[in-house]
Design a protein around this ligand. Sequence first.
Ligand code: CA
Length: 233
Amino acid sequence: MKAKILIIEDEQHIAELIELSLLPAGYETQLVHHGLDAQKAITQFKPDLVVLDWMLPGKEGIQILKELREDSQSSDVGVLMLSALDQVDNKVQGLERGADDYMAKPFSPKELLLRVQAILRRREATSSDTSESNLNQVSCADGASFDRNKMDFIIDNEPAYLTITEYKLLWYLFKKSPKIITRDELLKEVWGYSEGVYSRTLDTHIRRVRQKLGRFSHLVQTVRGEGYQWQSS
Ligand code: CA
């Protein structure tokens, strides 16, 4: 099945350039040019991935990202953020809010396609793990489990609404426990590449995962000078 990609970009020629960049891979695409049309398109088109511009009329991309992540129907959609503002702050802020990747404009069509493919591959890898295991829910502590289908963490039967990245981070620590995982390994395994991913991004994600884990925040332990470790006791 062809992956569906929603392109939210107000500048017509850039939106078309993005669509053209994705053409070789044969994705099904849809274009949206106004921030206020984003939500409806996400609900109706049900994209696998959204290419999301930062500066949009009506509603900013970062706000659209926030709402998309908060809605359980779309919280696991892949997001590639685009911004003309080539600032580290924007990149960090985008990734902190749950974007899977970030690109500054102008971009090369080839690089855009590669990044989109990388995000979709990571999503696929995570979901094909699921079919192999046959178990949708993997219990990991008393009152807590992983939902492998929804790629979420369940606490007392309530979803924690992890983003894909947060889920992958947590699942990786769990899967490898009791091994201590170095920061480098996490950046490589969870983000797929270390280039361009800031160390601060990892700190932010760890912090957010712990917040979402609530009374299970102790599951993610910092091992000083070494990395992180899953701690189920
Ligand atoms: Ca724009």
